[in-house]
Design a protein around this ligand. Structure first.
Ligand SMILES: [Zn+2]
Length: 463
């Protein structure tokens, strides 16, 4: 028998939402066989007693994101390397917001070019803003480039990024016909803008980070997500609500939109909304945590955990968008000009694994939020998100017992700090395999720039 390229032996393999004891054999970048038999292979990783999980899909990262004069610290190489060290083998990133057809066409090309040093596989969401394009045209341009998800904002009118409700509704009607998923950043723009104005007046022309939970108070999210969910229910289109921050938002969604939740309406949350709370905004180091939507109260976090436990959250994305401390410190007392965002792609699964243990939530229920769910929602499930013959050989070997403390010097992002410094976690990524190639071995990155591929989506996945 022709030897396999790689074998992982002795592990507990996540297969069909359960753990089974099996060896995994790979050839030509694909999973070929799951069996207890010993078969010949050119390289063998002995992973006795460890978990073998599908490579994680993080559908929400911002590598090389331009925000005014700033650019997020990680590019597709350093961000992808950090991702790989956290077990993430596929990331979903975005185009800059586009308003016209010409912009969309050139922006998609530009982003693919910018990602030519990618460390892990990636796909793109087409971001639109205040579009002048016919919604049919938006879907057609996206599909022409292998993109099956369109992102828009219900807020940020002040920077020209808002798309209005009328357009959103028209787009959803059309997106349903084209089998395109619409990803929404949902906050109530009028309330946010009114609050900003009032706080600027009060603050003598400046905002403070500690104002953030009031300026973008939870009702702005609760109301906007409910509105978007109503549109999703009305049209039957597939809608993915990005970065839900407050448990109260999910209280609403889980009751009023139960019929569509996890069928055509999907909810993402991020590790920081579980692990960090709004009191961190007060005090001198508040700028370290600046993120939109903001961190929330303990009560809202507890509710969010409850929703995680019962399966009301469809997917965990990180919204990974780091900025160095030095760059942020400048705006310490001028929050209105600060670039927002947090790193998280490397520690996302580890933080959520630690939390799941605390909540007595079985790992079998957590892993799909990092793999099969985002892969299916994003139309990648023909290749990504599960371990079975014929799928891409994207695997994570995970030690569920290893205890360690998160600290910046152990991480692989280009950013100069982590908001999770000092947090004790359980679980460690030992090896990561992408399309049959070991890109992290014994915790050390071994991959190379440009091995990550652009994943065109379309006909064969269920978008
Ligand atoms: Zn984002």
């Amino acid at each position: 028998m022709e030897p396999f390229d790689l074998a992982l032996t002795g592990g507990k393999v996540f297969f069909n939402d359960n753990f089974v004891e099996s060896n995994v054999y790979l050839r030509d970048g694909k999973i070929v066989s799951l069996t207890c038999d010993k078969l010949p292979a050119r390289k063998v990783l002995e992973v006795d007693g460890l978990f073998v999980l599908p490579g994680f899909v993080d559908p929400h990262v911002h590598f090389s994101l331009k925000l005014g004069p700033h650019r997020s610290t990680d590019d597709f190489f350093t961000g992808g390397r950090a991702a790989a060290c956290g077990g993430v083998t596929t990331v979903g990133d975005f185009t800059e917001p586009c308003s016209t057809e010409a912009e969309a066409e050139s922006e998609i090309e530009r982003r693919i070019e910018e990602a030519s040093n990618a460390y892990v596989d990636y796909f793109l969401h087409l971001t639109i803003a205040n579009p002048s394009m016919d919604p049919h045209k938006v879907c057609e341009i996206a599909l022409d480039h292998g993109i099956t998800s369109i992102k828009l904002f219900t807020t940020y009118s002040s920077s020209g990024r808002r798309t209005d409700d009328w357009y959103l509704l028209q787009l959803l009607k059309v997106a349903r016909e084209y089998h395109v998923t619409v990803m929404v950043h949902a906050e109530n723009d009028e309330i946010v803008e009114g609050n900003v104005k009032a706080s600027l007046q009060e603050g003598g022309g400046h905002l403070q980070v500690r104002d953030l939970p009031y300026v973008r108070e939870a009702i702005t999210e609760i109301e906007a997500v409910s509105r978007v969910a109503s549109f999703a229910q009305w049209t039957g289109a597939k809608v993915y609500v990005a970065h839900v921050s407050s448990g109260i938002t999910l209280d609403r969604v889980a009751t009023a939109f139960k019929d569509v939740l996890n069928r055509t309406l999907f909810v993402e949350s991020c590790p920081h909304y579980f692990w960090l709370d709004q009191t961190l905004f007060s005090g001198d180091g508040g700028y370290r945590y600046a993120v939109c939507p903001p961190l929330r109260s303990y009560g809202e976090i507890e509710r969010l955990k409850g929703h995680l436990k019962v399966g009301n959250i469809s997917s965990i994305g990180t919204d990974h968008c780091p900025f160095n401390l030095e760059e942020r410190q400048v705006y310490k007392d001028r929050y209105e000009s600060m670039p927002n965002g947090l790193p998280g792609v490397e520690v996302s699964f580890i933080l959520m694994h630690t939390l799941a243990k605390q909540l007595h939530m079985p790992l079998e229920r957590l892993v799909p939020l990092f793999s099969s769910n985002p892969a299916r929602i994003m139309g990648l499930n023909h290749r990504k998100g599960s371990i079975s013959p014929g799928k891409d050989a994207d695997l994570v070997v995970f030690d569920p017992e290893a205890e360690w403390t998160i600290t910046q010097s152990l991480l692989h992002s280009a950013n100069d700090y982590t908001p999770y410094e000092g947090i004790k976690v359980v679980g460690k990524v030992v090896h990561t395999v992408l399309r049959g190639r070991i890109i992290v071995e014994e915790g050390e990155p071994m991959g190379e720039a440009g091995f990550g591929e652009y994943l065109g989506r379309g006909s064969s996945g269920d978008a």
